[in-house]
Write a protein that binds this ligand. Structure first.
Ligand code: GLU
Length: 554
């Protein structure tokens, strides 16, 4: 390591206050004490408060990569003050938590954090970045650049005209060899400057590395003298990433593939800094079929409400269902695994970065809904009840009032056709619950409507009047249907659909029509779960009241 006197003076001129060295920080951030092969990953958002579904997906991938043995931490990258919003951190933390993603360490709110490798918010790490930049200046690997914005714009315009690579490098790097004296005079004059890397890249140099998702990648080497520290002394994303992922001992950088083109810069920074580079896994964006063009495009914050993760909370998709869906788009072999392991925890599935789609998974709300229906069908009545209470407390006070008024009654409703071998898949999200349970509550029930139009109104009336007379609330489930059959026969309906089909002219309809009439009277619907159970849940007087009212309404 050559440390010329002038480099040392330059470093001292730029960073007189910085007295710690990289060696000091290496000691403060020792290797993690983890089992062999354990992975350390992070989710590193800007604190914009807005959590995009794609970011949730990236965080999910990071968390799954770390698995149970490793560490998944949250780092707040607030070097771009323009993107920040008030309480943005807590917004991100809660956004993750809503889907069960709780980092093992890192930022927890604007002011709190946990873990030994902090601070986990970049704006609190300025002295660390500066210590490393100071050391690079000492080694002649970085320099102050006093180019004005106008000068840079002029350089760019010229490069554009000549169709050259844009940026500050080679002959455009005006201050690469600035002397200490010159720098001192400019600083004393109040001139602003950034600190740039003296890139060791060669114009025809190439780099190659193995991306954990994309496979082998080859790209031109970086030759740009990129900015390490901005005018205000804060780091650029590139530089902060290298320092942080090194000191925090990240083993796998999982991030959106918009960063793929920056890899040559990052690998160069790791090399210049003398760090071992982490493994990179670049995740393709989640795509969506564009209704207008028929083509594919990125899921868009502007066009798609489902791009915001708050959408899933508002709609009431259970976090377990969203996790199921995330894993389905993460690893295409997950669905087969799930079919073969219906009741296993998702954590038992072995997620692999190498099995991720290189091109970008297609987002499919219908599929999510379907997965969610299956997921909810496997929940117990108590679990459904608790989730519905939590969701409605936040999003639907009327529903909340109804289900909490009589807990036992609500749980009975959610128990209907649940827990058996083939549970019903009626509910896809909690915002559908109100409609699903409407006929159990007078406040929501809007009367017997929707009679099948193949039966005369007069016959409907007769069926209901007779049924009121024979209705036996204490009868068993097994006795229920035969009784309806008897009634059907008595009133000129066929005992079975088959009998009716063989000789339709002899009947008014068949037993299914009779049951349907009772169903509509009691629930207002043609389709419901098991009617006997519904009637048992509603109670005798309510059933009779509904049927009486239905007759009146005819
Ligand atoms: N802060 C970067 C972003 O907002 C994170 C990129 C990374 O994970 O390295 O996208």
């Amino acid at each position: 390591m050559v440390r010329r006197m002038s480099n040392l003076s330059m470093a001292q001129l730029l960073f007189p206050e910085i007295d710690k060295t990289p060696e000091d920080y290496e000691k403060m951030y020792p290797a993690r004490n983890l089992p062999e092969g354990a992975k350390v990953t992070r989710f590193a958002p800007s604190p914009t408060g807005f959590l995009h579904f794609g970011s949730l997906f990236a965080a999910f991938i990071s968390a799954k990569t770390a698995g149970n043995d490793g560490v998944f931490y949250l780092r707040i990258e607030d070097t771009d003050k323009k993107r920040e919003v008030e309480n943005g951190v807590i917004g991100m933390v809660n956004g993750l938590k809503d889907f069960g993603l709780v980092p093992d360490e890192g930022a927890m709110s604007e002011t709190e954090e946990s873990g030994e490798y902090g601070p986990y918010t970049q704006s609190r790490r300025t002295a660390i970045y500066q210590a490393y930049v100071k050391s690079l200046v000492e080694q002649g690997l970085a320099y102050p650049c006093f180019m004005t914005e106008q000068e840079i714009a002029d350089v760019r315009a010229g490069q554009e005209k000549e169709k050259e690579l844009p940026g500050i490098y080679g002959k455009y790097a005006k201050y690469r060899d600035i002397s200490v004296e010159d720098a001192k005079a400019r600083i004393e004059n109040g001139d602003e400057y950034v600190v740039r890397l003296k890139s060791p890249g060669k114009p025809d140099g190439r780099i190659s590395y193995k991306d954990e998702v994309k496979g082998k990648i080859e790209m031109p080497e970086n030759i740009l003298d990129i900015v390490l520290l901005k005018k205000d002394g804060t780091p650029t994303y590139h530089f902060a990433h290298a320092i942080d992922d090194h000191l925090m001992h990240t083993t796998h950088v999982t991030r959106g593939d918009e960063w793929l083109s920056s890899v040559p810069i990052h690998l160069q920074l790791f090399r210049v800094l003398g760090f071992k580079a982490p493994k990179y896994a670049h995740i393709a964006p989640i795509m969506k079929e564009d209704a207008e063009t028929g083509g594919k495009r990125k899921l868009s914050k502007r066009k798609d409400p489902e791009a915001a993760v708050s959408y899933y909370s508002e709609m009431g998709y259970p976090k377990g269902a969203v996790n199921e869906y995330l894993m389905t788009i993460a690893n295409s072999n997950y669905e087969d695994w799930r079919r073969a392991n219906k009741t296993e925890s998702i954590d038992k599935f072995e997620f692999k970065l190498s099995k991720m789609s290189k091109a970008g998974a297609l987002f499919d709300l219908v599929k999510l809904h379907d997965i969610s229906k299956t997921y909810i069908s496997t929940m117990t009545a108590d679990e459904v009840y608790n989730d519905v209470c939590d969701w409605s407390a936040q999003y639907d006070s009327e529903l909340n009032e109804l289900v909490t008024r009589d807990t036992e009654y609500a749980k009975k409703i959610f128990s209907i056709e649940r827990g058996n071998k083939k549970p019903r898949k009626d509910i896809g999200k909690w915002s559908e619950v109100k409609d699903y349970i409407a006929y159990f509550y007078d406040e929501l029930f809007d009367g017997a409507r929707g009679w099948a139009d193949n039966i005369d109104k007069a016959d409907i009336k007769t069926v209901l009047e007779r049924y009121l007379e024979i209705y036996d609330h204490n009868g068993t489930a097994d006795a229920w249907f035969p009784q309806v059959q008897e009634l059907a026969v008595e009133l000129g309906f066929a005992k079975t659909p088959k009998e009716y089909k063989n000789d339709p002219d002899s009947y008014k309809g068949h037993v299914g029509d009779v049951a349907g009439i009772i169903r509509v009277a009691v629930t207002g619907r043609l389709n419901t779960p098991d009617l006997y159970t519904i009637m048992q849940t509603l109670g005798e007087s309510k059933v009779k009241e509904r049927i009486t009212d239905a007759v009146k309404g005819l």
